[in-house]
Design a protein around this ligand. Structure first.
Ligand SMILES: NC(=O)c1ccc[n+]([C@@H]2O[C@H](COP(=O)([O-])OP(=O)(O)OC[C@H]3O[C@@H](n4cnc5c(N)ncnc54)[C@H](O)[C@@H]3O)[C@@H](O)[C@H]2O)c1
Length: 350
């Protein structure tokens, strides 16, 4: 088992290993003690792993409630959030009781937001079950829900007490959902370079524990330096401005990871054409996405993408912050004028 400690305002451990679910109680007991626990999970994950977790906690002496919602992004709404708050209140969850998110990024974001706001904050544990949730969303403390006007528009920063990543739980993931998470893994490899990049050209499953550990360390490093996204944490948005536009333009038929893959490949081509990185670096980045079954191009035009980005919440006034790739392990923030954005993106569309 690997442990990464995240040194935010309230430090916490991320434990990574094979089969951690079965021994979860030994790690959870200092947090849940003898109190009540609400497991939050979706209707695909709960039947696979929820009853096991509930059984273990019940045997430990905890009172366990399960809040189960329909799987998918369409559940990350104010309605589900309020239903969860009411569920916690109706089951008389107290300020010392614990919410456990067992699932992907949707579950973690939703459960974390409810845990942060119910009684102004009760203990919260993440048990991520997708690659994306393990390497990205469960670390860093961003929680929230979507509004009609856009994704993740309501939320708070709220750090979990503990994150338990059982690598084995990913064996039941659909291939496309796993590939979605690989997009964030490749993004981290571009930001950090080094060992992670080398692991990505080898078979993934035997190295998965190590891959998750390196990703969590990279994300933790960025988050620790900038917990509330005032500066360098924005590097994690590499490829996201174009990615979000592709996601939005497709009516969310292009999944987040696939859209980010396209977004990063566009930026790699832009950077190569502007002489910011070498053509060889851009080619290597694009090849990595292909190797892991992710798209590298889009049919949307530069005009479509620029117009959509204008409405992006990350845009500040008439300028836009992009992440420039100089090389693996060397990325920088670059502010560009909104007027320059469309011609830049055109360079990346081939
Ligand atoms: N908080 C953050 O910092 C942050 C960062 C990145 C993304 N996110 C959010 O994460 C969400 C996407 O996360 P996701 O891709 O994990 O989506 P998800 O939670 O919807 O999971 C994807 C699908 O996989 C299924 N699933 C999950 N674990 C499984 C398992 N072990 N076996 C079989 N099926 C399983 C789910 O039921 C769902 O159908 C988005 O809402 C995004 O905004 C948050």
């Amino acid at each position: 088992m690997e442990t990464v400690t995240v040194h935010t305002s309230k430090p916490y451990d991320v434990l990574i290993g094979e089969g951690l679910l079965q021994s979860a109680v030994s790690y959870l007991s200092p947090i849940v003690k003898g109190g009540a626990v609400t497991i939050v999970s979706d209707d695909r994950v709960y039947p696979l792993y929820g009853e096991t977790l509930k059984g273990l906690l019940t045997a430990h002496g905890n009172t366990v409630h399960s809040f189960i919602f329909p799987n998918g992004e369409h559940s990350k709404t104010a309605d589900t959030y309020v239903a969860l708050l009411n569920f916690l209140a109706e089951h008389t969850m107290a300020r010392t009781d614990t919410v456990i998110a067992l699932g992907g990024g949707v579950t973690g974001d939703l459960a974390g937001f409810a845990a942060a706001t119910y009684m102004r904050g009760i203990p919260f544990v993440q048990m991520p079950t997708t690659l994306l949730a393990m390497v990205d969303s469960s670390v860093g403390g961003k929680t929230g829900i979507d509004l009609k006007a856009g994704k993740n528009l309501a939320g708070v920063f709220y750090q979990p007490r503990l994150v338990l990543c059982d690598i084995r739980l990913m064996d039941t993931l659909e291939k496309s959902v796993f590939a979605d998470g690989m997009a964030e893994v490749i993004k981290h490899a571009i930001l950090a370079g080094g060992e992670l990049k080398n692991l990505l050209v080898q078979p993934v499953r035997p190295n998965l524990e190590q891959i998750v550990k390196l990703n969590v360390s990279i994300k933790a490093g960025v988050v620790e330096a900038d917990e509330r996204e005032a500066g360098n944490r924005k590097l994690l948005n590499l490829g996201h401005t174009v990615g979000h536009a592709v996601e939005t333009l497709s009516g969310y038929r292009v999944a987040h990871g696939q859209a980010i893959a396209v977004g990063i490949c566009v930026m790699a081509r832009v950077c190569a054409k502007k002489g910011v990185c070498s053509q060889a670096t851009a080619d290597e980045i694009i090849a990595l996405f292909r190797l892991h079954g992710l798209p590298t191009e889009t049919g949307f035009t530069a005009r479509d993408i620029a117009d959509t980005a204008k409405m992006d919440k990350k845009r500040q006034s008439d300028r836009i912050t992009l992440v420039w790739i100089e090389d693996f392990g060397r990325c920088v923030l670059k502010d560009v004028d909104m007027d320059e954005y469309e011609p830049l993106i055109r360079l990346g569309l081939r």
